[in-house]
Ligand binder design. Structure first.
Ligand SMILES: C[S@@+](CC[C@H](N)C(=O)[O-])C[C@H]1O[C@@H](n2cnc3c(N)ncnc32)[C@H](O)[C@@H]1O
Length: 282
């Protein structure tokens, strides 16, 4: 456990480390595993949901690359795991830059250890509830040039924040230049099952309770950005649906890891979307 920061409270479960456990990672403690096992006992699909969310992140990042975006701001980036943003982008674009931001000390410590001295990738410990702190952070300013398109990722993070989260997303929307991409996945209400209720109740006991929002509330977080059709016209019948369950947002038939991501009422409530900032660059 040499990777565990000294200030950590090992007795309290945490969403970042529970998510790591759902994905099969090892950066978690007994309290995290205990809480995660309680969630899995009532809703084993949570592990599928975590993997499907991770696959959505990969597809959204590749979509942003196809749009010419070479800078990535990953907010609530989590404990580094297979398919990290920098791993995806550097496979094809060695010059791309990635800034990871997370509030959780284990996620940040582990990311720092993993990244070493790569000048193209940085991690900062910050609370996304303070967007200006992040936007004005010297590391962020050195790495990310906001006069050029950037992909800003809020992937599976905003539902851990109570209250109105538009105040968090809006400053990023405003700071992004035309041609930038806003990527969001979010647990939503509307298709709730009894399992959803139980999962929400279990997270209520952690320091990071789940805050579900309606699909309309999630879509509103994109402001006046142009929503990317969630069904890729080349692979599926055209649709103007902007938000779809994570596993159905432009699925990649070539990706073996996505096999078995079946639609279920539980997964249906986990929505994903990408919006592009309008303007001369879009
Ligand atoms: C479920 S994980 C998602 C990780 C990654 N984005 C993904 O989708 O694979 C949620 C992450 O959000 C982080 N997080 C929660 N609240 C946060 C906040 N206020 N500021 C920054 N990060 C936060 C947690 O520490 C955790 O790492």
């Amino acid at each position: 456990m040499s990777w565990a920061p000294a200030e950590l409270d090992l007795t309290r479960p945490n969403a970042a480390r529970m998510y790591d456990y759902f994905l099969g990672g090892s950066r978690n403690f007994a309290a995290d595993r205990h809480a995660a096992d309680a969630v899995l006992a009532v809703a084993p699909q949570v592990a599928d949901a975590a993997r499907a969310n991770r696959a959505f992140l990969r597809r959204a990042v590749r979509y942003a690359l196809q749009q010419g975006i070479r800078q990535f701001l990953d907010l609530g980036s989590g404990i580094p795991t297979v398919g990290n943003v920098h791993g995806i982008v550097h496979r094809t674009h060695a010059d791309a830059r990635v800034l990871y931001v997370d509030v959780e000390p284990v996620a940040v410590a582990h990311a720092r250890a993993l990244l070493g001295n790569d000048p193209r990738v940085e991690v900062i410990q910050a609370d996304i509830c303070f967007p200006d702190f992040i936007l004005q952070n010297p590391t962020a300013q050195r790495l990310i040039d906001l006069t050029r398109p950037v992909a800003v990722l809020f992937v599976s993070v905003l539902h851990f924040i109570p209250g109105g989260v538009n105040a968090i997303v809006e400053p990023f929307r405003a700071a992004m230049s035309p041609g930038s991409a806003l990527v969001i996945s979010h647990a939503a209400t509307g298709t709730a099952t009894s399992q959803t209720d139980e999962v929400q109740r279990l997270y209520q006991r952690t320091p990071t309770p789940l805050q579900l929002r309606t699909p309309a509330e999630v879509e509103a977080l994109f402001g006046d950005f142009a929503m990317v059709p969630a069904n890729a016209p080349e692979t599926m019948p055209a649709s103007d649906t902007a938000l779809l369950p994570v596993a159905q947002w432009r699925p990649d038939p070539e990706d073996q890891t996505e096999r078995g991501h079946v639609a279920s009422p539980f997964l249906a409530g986990f929505l994903a979307g990408v919006g592009m900032k309008r303007g001369s660059g879009s």
